[in-house]
Design a protein around this ligand. Structure first.
Ligand SMILES: Nc1nc2c(c(=O)[nH]1)N[C@H]1C(S)=C(S)[C@@H](COP(=O)(O)OP(=O)(O)OC[C@H]3O[C@@H](n4cnc5c(N)ncnc54)[C@H](O)[C@@H]3O)O[C@H]1N2
Ligand code: MOO
Length: 393
């Protein structure tokens, strides 16, 4: 059976289901969601010409003259008169520039006695200094945020500044999680020799933390076809993610159990290391994603497939992770027929491959800062060469 390239598998995974339904949420609850529609400015920012500094609004042509202060403009309390020749208005940062004034003089460069005002310093170098022009950030009707963009802190601030109190996003994605394996026990259960803590659960929860998901944890299921198939049939979720039982052993039952539950498997086995036994398909309205059981394989496939799938179902315009350019801090051997995701530490700005790349080595994974992306059939790579990587922080 041939192995599917990662990017092709990602595209096929995203094609298995459309984004979930749109809902409107309060802007304070929208962090980490993706915009479901374009966000357009409902107001102009700045709404008028505003002062960028505390000082005096005046006419540039009058700068060398003795001026008379005739009023005050504060943010929220504009001066309602005009500034005429020989006049100035006290002004504060964010306050509207009174009509007639064209420049702001910093208060540090002014001397004031009563209503009299003189230049005391270099003064503004040009007409229009220290003024933020009306609409210089955006105008009513301007596109602020396209659809499919993740709402981070800056986007939330922009949307609020644009006049929005609620935002159209996709509802949370429901993720059902299953660990499979007769050897597993829940983390924290009494330690028994030969019984393995099901570490993939907390790890997947960590990977999903901060994403707009609702997790339904179905716990640990035994390596029994009927039990797995019954559990899969009963799943009500957008995504069913399993770990373990994905490979070819006699007890690797996830694929037959998904089939018995009525799933159509779209792909199985990817040209990636670690993570080869990954599978995906459709189980009714649920996208089923079978991750390998080896903890590092589960981590890497979750990072490259599960997290992007949540993003795709959440309406992300670009759900697949974007690798960053970096520089190798160690040598790498040639790769075979699978793309490799090499655990590495960032030392002095360079990516140093971890000594062990075993797909069960959790300690090395937990100490890694990045995954170096290596193409299949790549030549050996040397220290100092450029590479692409995905940060893990
Ligand atoms: N003959 C072959 N054997 C294997 C192949 C192959 O192509 N031919 N592929 C190997 C690769 S690559 C991987 S990766 C593993 C993954 O196999 P499975 O998905 O079937 O995983 P399991 O066999 O169930 O478990 C593997 C390993 O991980 C432990 N495990 C399982 N679940 C958890 C969990 N929730 N938390 C922590 N650890 C877990 C399990 O005890 C095993 O040690 O298959 C290779 N074999
Ligand atoms: O692909 Mo497996 O994940 O190499 O160990």
């Amino acid at each position: 059976m041939s192995l599917l390239p990662v990017s092709e598998a990602q595209a096929r995974l995203f094609a298995l289901a459309p984004p979930v339904a749109i809902e409107s949420v309060a802007i304070d609850d929208a962090a980490g969601r993706w915009t479901a529609e374009p966000i357009v400015a409902l107001r102009t920012q700045p709404w008028r010409d505003l002062s960028a500094m505390d000082g005096y609004a005046l006419r540039f042509a009058d700068l060398e003259d003795k001026l008379t202060v005739i009023g005050e403009s504060a943010a929220g309390r504009p001066f309602d008169g005009d500034v005429g020749a020989g006049q100035a208005a006290r002004i504060f940062t964010g306050a509207a520039l009174p009509p007639g004034a064209d420049t702001v003089l910093l208060q540090e460069e002014a001397r004031r006695e009563g209503d009299a005002l003189w230049l005391d310093g270099e003064g503004p170098l040009r007409r229009g200094a220290h003024i933020r022009r009306a609409g210089s950030d955006f105008l009513t009707g301007d596109m602020l945020i396209e659809a499919g963009i993740r709402l981070g802190p800056a986007q939330l601030g922009l949307a609020a500044m644009g006049g929005h109190g609620r935002l159209p996003v996709r509802r949370r994605v429901r993720v059902a999680m299953v660990a499979t394996g007769d050897e597993l026990a829940l983390p924290g259960a009494p330690l028994v020799e030969g019984v393995l803590p099901a570490s993939n659960g907390p790890m997947l929860r960590g990977l999903l933390a901060g994403l707009p998901v609702e997790i339904v944890d179905l716990g640990i299921l035994p390596d029994r076809l009927d039990v797995l198939a019954d559990a899969f049939r009963a799943v009500e979720a957008d995504i069913l993610v399993t770990t373990g039982g994905a490979s070819v052993g006699d007890h690797d039952l996830v694929r037959p159990a998904l089939a018995a539950a009525g799933a159509e498997i779209d792909f199985w086995r990817i040209a990636m290391k670690p993570g080869k036994p990954l599978m995906a398909g459709r189980l009714g309205n649920t996208v089923a994603l079978g991750l390998p059981g080896n903890p590092v394989s589960a981590f890497v496939t979750a990072r490259l497939f599960l997290v992007p799938l949540v993003a795709a179902l959440s309406g992300a315009a670009q759900p697949a992770p974007t690798p960053l350019p970096g520089v190798l801090g160690g040598d790498l051997a040639a790769t075979a027929n699978r793309a490799e995701y090499v655990r590495a530490r960032i030392v002095d700005g360079r990516l140093v491959p971890s000594a062990t790349q075993d797909s069960a080595a959790m300690r090395a994974l937990a100490r890694a800062d990045a995954l170096i992306f290596r193409e299949a059939h790549a030549e050996p790579a040397k220290t100092g060469e450029s590479c692409f990587f995905l940060p893990l922080a």
